[in-house]
Design a protein around this ligand. Sequence first.
Ligand code: LP5
Ligand code: MN
Length: 241
Amino acid sequence: MGHTLFIADLHLCPQEPAIVAGFLHFLQRDAVQADALYILGDLFEAWIGDDDPEPLHREIAHALQRLSVAGVPVYFIHGNRDFLLGHDYARASGMCLLPEQQVLELHGQRLLILHGDTLCTDDDGYQRFRRRVHQRWLQKLFLALPLALRQRIAERLRAGSKAANGSKSLTIMDVNPDAVTETMRAQQVRVMIHGHTHRPAIHALQIDGEPAERLVLGAWHEAGSMIKVSAAGRELIAFPF
Ligand code: LP5
Ligand code: MN
C-alpha cells in the first residue's frame, strides 16, 4: 500500500558515522519502498555552501540521487542549520527544494509540512538571528567568503547558539501554541508535521472546534525517527540505526 515518509534533524556530519550509516541504511531499506521522501530540514549539522568539498556531502548526494533514480522523489525544506543548501546541491542529489511551508494533499487530507523553527515565536533571540541570516544580501556576502573563513564563522555561530541555549527555558525553545493555531488556520489544514524541537510526539488539539493534529519528528541521536503517512493513518516511528 502506498505511503509517504517524513524525516528531519539528522544533523549529519563526518564526526557522527553511526548516524550517517543509519541514514544510508534507511534510504536502502525504508525510503525505497515509499511513494516519496520529505526531508524537513537539518539534514546536515551545518551548511556553509554547495561548494564545500566535504566528501560526506558527495556521498549523501549520491545516495539521495540513487533513491530518486529508483523512482522515489525526494523533497527538501531548509532547516536552521542548512538554510544555505542551494540549487547546485539539490540538483546533484536529485532533491526538489520546497518553500519554508508546503501544503500536501495525501489520501484526501491537507497536510502542512515545515521545519518548525518559525513556530518558536517566544524565542526572540533566535527569531532576530533568523531574520538577519535570511537576508539575501548577507547570504550572498557570506557565500562569497573563502571557505575557511565561512567554516570559522559557522563554528562561532554554533558555539554562540550552544551558549545561548544553555540559558533558555524549555518552554521558550518549544513551539508557541498560538503560532501553531494561526499557521494551521492560515493554511487551512488540520494536520501539521514538523521537526526542529527534538521532541517527538503526536499532539491532538482543537482548532475552531475541529480536531487537529501536530506531529513532531525526533532528531536522529541514538536512533532514527520517521513519520509514515498512508491511507491507514499517520505513525511516528523510532527505529535503530
Ligand atoms: O541550532 P541549535 O540547535 O543550536 O539551536 C537553534 C537556534 N540556533 C541556530 C544557530 C545555528 O545553530 C547556527 C548554524 C550555523 C549554520 C551555518 C552558518 C551560516 C551562516 C550564514 C550567514 C548569512 O539556529 C537557537 C534556538 C534553538 O534552535 C531552539 O529553537 O534557540 O537560536 C539561537 O541560539 C540564537 C541565539 O539566541 C542568538 C545567536 C547567537 C549567535 C552568536 C554569534 C556570535 C559570533 C558571530 C561571529 C560572526
Ligand atoms: Mn532545527
